[in-house]
Design a protein around this ligand. Structure first.
Ligand SMILES: [Zn+2]
Ligand SMILES: [Zn+2]
Length: 374
């Protein structure tokens, strides 16, 4: 018994023609060698299985004798070296190779899918090439004080990162040496390889490994960066922490990540902000919460108290008969809004202190209050 073609296509022995075709399409897509995760061997096998199971006579023989056809054997056909133009010249969607007639029937849509994958516009391909040389993003954790987050602050960071090489100005060539056309790709920056498959010759284009797609090479690599155009260095970076930023927020600094190699795009720098808590202020959104202790007499008689705000002390009027826990709003004394205008408020909650450790005189006075029913 030869190969189990049913198993290869993953179909039942009683599978209908339609099911066999469906299974083949699915598997052919899955294992196509030009796809990521493709597998040329599997792809051949799938084709072979389909060429047998899709043809009634062959299928009949296979079912009966459980063998492949000597001489038909897929391998010869795969290596026959036909190409797409041959296939299309036939017009009928079939072709002759090695004495065996292959009929592609209506499978043309599979080919067009494959073509679609391969024929990227030049622009897209270029984008893909430069992508490989793009710099990495960086992530840095930065702590700021409560007030720094409220009002914003400029910070100078010291970062060790890949930067453009100053010696060669990023082109990777030792200054004064010649830049030559890359011999491997003849200056094309790309190498195309042709792979023979059962379906024909697939042309795939890849970035030239010698010049990384540049088409040019330095006759002598830069002595500082070994030709990469970038090297690790400690740099100082001034950053503006915007007013109103909150704990846990991230600032993205476009292009401040690591330098790309040879003109590749620089990565971004992400600053993860953490705000050190304040002893006096507690933030909730753009509002600031504080507690204000007032005496029993201030609460009863009213008066003015000094309240700390992020702008400094302000005077707060305590009305007569203020109850413990009452909240006062200091408008626009909160945090500036990060996006948009204005500021949040400060919410002041009063705590009425109950006098304790009274001296003799105080005790006498409180007793008098008590006598008055207070
Ligand atoms: Zn260099
Ligand atoms: Zn090259």
């Amino acid at each position: 018994m030869g190969k189990d073609y049913y198993q290869i296509l993953g179909v039942d022995r009683n599978a209908l023609d339609e099911e066999i075709k469906k299974a083949f399409r699915k598997k052919a897509h899955e294992y196509h060698p030009d796809k990521a995760g493709g597998n040329a061997e599997k792809f051949k096998e799938i084709n072979e299985a389909y060429q047998v199971l899709s043809k009634p006579e062959r299928k009949k023989q296979y079912d009966q004798y459980g063998t492949t056809f000597e001489g038909f054997g897929g391998q010869a056909a795969y290596d026959a070296g036909f190409n797409w133009s041959d296939l299309f010249r036939q017009g009928s969607g079939g072709f002759r190779s090695g004495g065996v007639n292959f009929d592609f029937g209506d499978l043309g849509d599979i080919f067009s899918d494959f073509f679609g994958q391969q024929s990227r516009p030049a622009g897209q391909r270029a984008a893909r090439v430069s992508h490989t040389a793009n710099g990495h993003d960086l992530e840095i954790n930065l702590s700021v004080d409560f007030n720094e987050a409220v009002f914003g602050i400029g910070k100078t960071l010291e970062i060790v990162k890949m930067v453009g090489c100053r010696h060669c100005l990023g082109n990777g060539a030792e200054p004064g040496t010649k830049i030559e056309t890359c011999a491997r790709c003849q200056g094309q920056g790309q190498i195309s390889t042709t792979q023979q498959t059962f379906f024909g010759a697939f042309r795939s284009v890849s970035t030239c490994p010698d010049c990384q797609g540049e088409g040019k090479r330095a006759s002598q690599n830069c002595s500082q960066c070994q030709g990469r155009g970038t090297l690790k260095d400690k740099v100082r970076l001034k950053v503006n922490i915007p007013a109103g930023i909150d704990d846990g927020e991230t600032i993205r600094l476009a292009g401040e990540g690591e330098a790309g190699e040879k003109g590749g795009q620089a990565g971004d720098l992400y600053l993860n902000l953490s705000v050190r808590p304040s002893a006096e202020f507690r933030r909730q959104g753009y509002d600031i919460h504080t507690f204000q202790k007032i005496s029993f007499s201030q609460a009863s008689l009213g008066g003015k108290v000094k309240v700390k705000t992020v702008d400094g002390e302000v005077s707060l009027k305590i009305p007569i008969g203020t109850q413990n826990g009452r909240q006062f709003i200091l408008k626009e004394k909160g945090v500036p809004r990060l996006r948009g205008r204005g500021r949040g408020n400060q919410l002041v909650t009063v705590e009425v202190l109950v006098p304790k450790d009274l001296n003799r005189q105080q005790k006498k006075l409180v007793q008098q209050l008590a006598d008055e029913g207070l």
